[in-house]
Design a binder for this molecule. Structure first.
Ligand code: ZN
Length: 132
């Protein structure tokens, strides 16, 4: 298991980790297999989509529209971050990409993002690389 530390700087943000994942796959020496990327936290997510400034803002706007803060969620009685947990449930905690010839197989416009939903915090992402 490879650990990747991520220091986030705002409450909600998308951080492109594609290059860091690609480096870890190269370092592993595994040529063909599967790479599983998981976040260890209940208020963050891993997604794959296009790294374009407008779209990144649209994703954050979507989260605010679907799951606004301060909506009298039950969890807010003890922790005041229910919206962060619910957004993490919506986006999911992992992504998987195939590996071929030592590289992650991604489309031209696909990037791997760590999504901070309750920052800023120090976060840990796990990368598991399986040979096939
Ligand atoms: Zn909480």
């Amino acid at each position: 298991m490879i650990k990747m530390e991520i220091k986030t700087t705002t409450q909600t943000e998308l951080i492109d980790i594609t290059d860091r994942v690609r480096s870890r796959i190269l370092e592993s020496g595994i040529k063909d297999g599967i790479c599983v990327i998981t976040t260890r936290h209940t208020t963050s997510s891993i997604i794959i989509n296009e790294n374009e400034r407008g779209l990144r803002n649209d994703i954050l706007d979507m989260l605010e529209t679907l799951l606004p803060q301060n909506k009298n969620y039950a969890h807010d009685l003890i922790d005041n971050n229910a919206h962060s947990h619910l957004r993490a449930v919506l986006l999911g905690m992992n992504a998987m990409v195939p590996i071929e010839d030592g590289h992650p197989v991604l489309g031209t416009w696909q990037s791997i993002f760590f999504v901070e939903l309750d920052g800023p915090r120090n976060r840990t992402v796990n990368i598991k690389i399986l040979e096939s």
